[in-house]
Design a protein around this ligand. Structure first.
Ligand code: CP
Length: 308
């Protein structure tokens, strides 16, 4: 079986095919009957070991729109609370024969490990700081719809890059499709391997934002900063928060993105986040459903060629 574990192992062609299929789903009416029967008789299980609003809901909606039977296993009321391990849980669910398992886990690599033990296709819905492939695909689809292309665009990814699987998946995807990717962060929030990722690194936001076409803000992941450097919120917003003043440095028509959930007033000014002339955050969420329909479609038809 094929899985979707990350963007890193996909080729530019495979990514483009998934984006084209996602776009075709974005254009279809919600009640399209052909789409409804595509996964009829198939079972999709959501297994989330970490909280989610957008990813879980949109995978459920996507699977239902394709006619699948969908199970959301609530980890907090499952036998994991009695000490059953990740792999025993996976094997238990596997015995019920799901066609697709969608998994989120706080440990990098846990989803890949699980994929080696089950018979169905596995989709990584976010593993630790490693990858969140469907988020990068929905971000790319949003950029493509707003800008018509990805090749040659300057994309500035700003904030807590160190803890961000969204940043990592986006860096892989955007560099493969020929964007010029910049990361902007304090040195304490940059991963040590960042200079091997094909991006330009800035610690001064006013320099990094110059002429950017896309400004992608990241959530400050305070829950992952046990004992490490935790900046004061006021200081962080002053240097790395996006507001109208700093946005002036980017291109006049630059779009603002955020994967959500946002910390308003920490990494992004609250008014700017809601500014429909600049912010495409709502469209990102909307594209999430189309992208997840495309991924479920491709995986169950074995079209991705992805086994990463
Ligand atoms: N962007 C994202 O993954 O959001 P959730 O954590 O709400 O799924």
């Amino acid at each position: 079986h094929r899985h979707l574990l990350g963007i890193e192992g996909l080729s530019a062609d495979e990514i483009t095919r998934l984006l084209d299929l996602s776009q075709s789903y974005a254009e279809r009416p919600k009640d399209d009957h052909r789409a409804r029967s595509l996964l009829s008789g198939r079972t999709v299980m959501n297994l989330f070991f970490e909280n989610s609003t957008r990813t879980l809901t949109s995978f459920e909606l996507a699977a239902k729109r394709l006619g699948a039977d969908v199970i959301n296993m609530a980890v907090s009321t499952s036998s994991i609370k009695k000490g059953e391990t990740l792999l025993d849980t996976a094997m238990t669910l596997n015995a019920m024969g799901p066609d697709v398992l969608i998994v989120r886990h706080p440990e990098s690599g846990a989803v890949s490990l699980l994929s080696q033990k089950v018979d169905g296709a596995v989709v990584n819905a976010g593993d630790g700081r490693h990858e969140h492939p469907t988020q990068a695909l929905l971000d790319a689809l949003t950029i493509r719809r707003r800008r018509g292309r990805i090749q040659g665009l300057i994309v500035a990814i700003c904030g807590d890059v160190l803890h961000s699987r969204v940043a990592r998946s986006n860096i892989h995807l955007l560099t493969k499709l020929g964007a010029k990717v910049r990361v902007i962060a304090p040195t304490t929030l940059l991963p040590s391997q960042i200079d091997k990722m094909g991006v330009e690194v800035f610690t001064d936001m006013r320099k990094g934002l110059k002429d950017a076409d896309v400004v992608m803000m990241l959530r400050l992941q305070l829950e992952r900063m046990q004992g490490a450097y935790v900046p004061s919120i006021r200081e962080y917003f002053h240097f790395y928060g996006l507001d109208y003043d700093k946005l002036e440095i980017a291109k006049p028509d630059a779009i603002i993105m955020h994967p959500g959930p946002m910390n308003r007033g920490v990494e992004i000014d609250s008014e700017l986040a809601d500014d429909i002339n600049r912010s495409v955050i709502r469209e990102q969420v909307e594209m999430g459903v189309a992208v997840r329909m495309a991924c479920l479609d491709a995986l169950t038809r074995d079209l991705t060629g992805a086994n990463t």
